[in-house]
Design a protein around this ligand. Sequence first.
Ligand SMILES: Cc1cc2nc3c(=O)[nH]c(=O)nc-3n(C[C@H](O)[C@H](O)[C@H](O)COP(=O)(O)OP(=O)(O)OC[C@H]3O[C@@H](n4cnc5c(N)ncnc54)[C@H](O)[C@@H]3O)c2cc1C
Length: 337
Amino acid sequence: MNTLSTGHTHIPTTDIAIIGAGLAGSLCAHLLSQMGQSVCLIDKSRGSGGRASSKRLEGNVSCDLGLPYIVIKHPDTIQLFKQLTEEHIAAPWKQLSHENEQAFVGVPRMSAITRYWGQNAKFITGTRIHHLDQIMPQDETESSWLLRDDKYQPVVIAKKIIITAPAPQAASILASNDKLAVLLLRANQASSSYQSQWSMWLETAPSDLNALLEPQNSLIKRMIKDNYKPMRQDEKIDRWVIQTDPNWTKQHLDADKEWITQTLVQTFADITEHRVLKHGEPHRWLLSQFTENKGNKAFAWSPEHNVGLAGDWLYQGDAEGAVLSAMSLVKQIQDTK
Ligand SMILES: Cc1cc2nc3c(=O)[nH]c(=O)nc-3n(C[C@H](O)[C@H](O)[C@H](O)COP(=O)(O)OP(=O)(O)OC[C@H]3O[C@@H](n4cnc5c(N)ncnc54)[C@H](O)[C@@H]3O)c2cc1C
């Protein structure tokens, strides 16, 4: 990346700035880097992954507190995950796969996928983009974008921007510049269609319970044995990740964390008849999944402003949708070059 001097500061410049390093943002970074573009990936968190990130526990152990596995049906994503499997970045989870739907996980953890896709981009972490200013750098004929953080500090100057933050967060970035009103409308439309979930890891003695349990009529929606995923076998314990039912979550979104912890541990023990030996803190995913955005394009692109949107909320509302949305947006950018 080059730098541009404006007054006292040197601001890095790049062809494309991507806001959000989840599945959609990291894949855009991977595909655009392969096309020879300089890419800057920016995320408000400490690392990549977004909702497909992993939580580090003691030692070198981690577990997937968000997306537990990705179900692949589309020919384009089948091809992509075949390549990731060959590179030992992902692996099929055969126990959860069916004839027309293959389940995949990252190895040794889910965040390996976004880390791999983002490796050729300049990655700025711990930075929340808040403001987009259109500028005309000296000696340039085309305008560029100056991205600023939530303290109004300049972060990077880019010719193009891709926003992959979830709809409400994308809307708040787009609202900072009135030229982006059409994109803002699309983000606002999708902003109310999300669900929330609590998730938590816990450990029990090894058992022969299935790798995935979906209890009926329970506040727990899913229980996933994280150590049963490919390349993670741990003989000494079973490590579970449990996720709450979205309707129950809605009623207990602001409940005391200690109460949530006790309720989840007790419910888990009642269902499995296994004593919980150890557990983590519950994590609240305010925006865990979006409703399928039917009838709309899988991405949004404004050729006039060189700003685009990708992410699960633009297509299918799930992890595979985030991947397909990113692929379609990059294809559009490639076609309009
Ligand atoms: C508990 C849980 C269970 C799930 N289960 C499933 C499942 O079974 N199957 C399935 O298909 N999907 C599931 N999902 C959903 C799946 O994880 C998402 O669809 C997918 O990961 C979305 O990827 P994305 O790149 O579109 O968005 P994200 O992963 O949300 O990435 C967006 C990134 O943008 C960053 N960001 C936001 N605002 C800013 C800003 N202003 N500046 C800088 N960075 C910003 C965020 O930190 C984040 O890293 C689940 C999600 C959760 C949380």
